[in-house]
Design a protein around this ligand. Structure first.
Ligand SMILES: Cc1cc2nc3c(=O)[nH]c(=O)nc-3n(C[C@H](O)[C@H](O)[C@H](O)COP(=O)(O)OP(=O)(O)OC[C@H]3O[C@@H](n4cnc5c(N)ncnc54)[C@H](O)[C@@H]3O)c2cc1C
Ligand code: FES
Length: 286
């Protein structure tokens, strides 16, 4: 099944109309740093995001500066109506890891600052209506999977959340992921390379065990490319369908710069921002 095919009872992952808005910073929550949650107030016009969709964001857009020159891509981590709002304003959360000027300037925001937010963008996950799912996250790649967890829970689709990192600090936001997985009837399965939390080793070793037991009928993943490639190989070896939210570097986010090309198995080139970021695991040429 292609990530963009819509079978009976399945959701196609596309969202509402794209808007370019100035969002007000409500707070920046260290998870702890270098990981953080950026809480933003967006106007009613800003669409509801489908799981796997993303935004292009930049802090203090009115300041003239060269770093970062371009907006950066962020998954919509969470969204809800803004408490107490009477005019339809909503609260969205981005989940970042400081690695360069874009992610650090957002982490340095103060309440009341403005952030330029373009979105929701791209095509998100195709949701199954039955079967058990494995959600495999590597570090900050987990940002793409919380809305997916919520959507699976609404459809009563049981899921395990497999969360891998180098060390415990890389498993930021684990409490929420664990709670939602357990509430669905599934398990929270962390792993760290240094053995500080959960399985001592790679998260793909945990996935391999579950697949060998025929525990999963769907695999969803987001994280470093090496992780997603390994997940794709394992899923293929066990004949398990799956989808990945790619994090290909982006210039514009909406198909204009052609900077986010993804090579597909059938020889086609697709744009991560426009045709993805979610792709069928079996269709990407890893
Ligand atoms: C659809 C999508 C959703 C994303 N969601 C999130 C998210 O929710 N939270 C989050 O923190 N990040 C997310 N990212 C990744 C983030 O947009 C990039 O890492 C971005 O370049 C960071 O900007 P920066 O200015 O902080 O660092 P940059 O200066 O852009 O990069 C710093 C260093 O990281 C390397 N780098 C940049 N991008 C990537 C990449 N994609 N993979 C591997 N290495 C890279 C650069 O080569 C450089 O060495 C997402 C990316 C995409 C495409
Ligand atoms: S980021 Fe510009 S075309 Fe995809």
């Amino acid at each position: 099944m292609g990530a963009q095919d819509v079978a009976s009872g399945e959701c196609d992952g596309s969202g509402t109309a794209v808007q370019d808005v100035l969002a007000e910073v409500l707070s920046v929550e260290p998870l702890p740093l270098p990981y953080y949650a950026l809480h933003l107030k967006v106007p009613a016009a800003f669409g509801v995001s489908a799981p796997g969709q993303f935004v292009m964001a930049m802090a203090s857009p009115s300041e003239l500066r060269l770093k970062p020159f371009l907006r950066r891509a962020f998954s919509v981590f969470d969204q809800e109506p803004l408490e107490g709002a009477t005019n339809g304003e909503r609260h969205i959360q981005l989940f970042g890891k400081i690695i360069g000027p874009g992610t650090s300037s957002l982490a340095e925001c103060r309440p009341g600052d403005e952030v330029a937010v373009l979105g929701p963008l791209g095509v998100g996950f195709t949701l199954p209506s039955r079967g058990r799912a494995a959600l495999v996250a590597g570090g900050v790649g987990s940002a793409a999977l919380l809305l997916l967890q919520r959507a699976l829970s609404e459809r009563s689709v049981e899921h395990d959340f497999l969360y891998g990192g180098r060390s415990t600090v890389d498993l930021a936001a684990s409490v929420t992921f664990a709670e939602l997985a357990r509430r669905s009837g599934g398990r929270y399965l962390p792993s760290t390379e240094d053995g500080s939390t959960g399985h001592h080793g790679l998260i793909t070793e945990v996935l391999a065990e579950g697949l060998a037991e025929s525990r999963y009928q769907h695999v969803f993943t987001c994280g470093p490319e090496g992780l997603m490639r390994a997940v794709a190989r394992l899923a293929a070896a066990h004949d398990c369908p799956g989808q990945a939210a790619l994090e290909t570097a982006m210039g514009c986010g909406y198909g204009a710069c052609l900077g986010c090309a993804v090579q597909m198995v059938n020889g086609e080139i697709q744009l991560c921002c426009k045709h993805g970021p979610v792709f069928d695991l079996a269709e990407v040429s890893w």
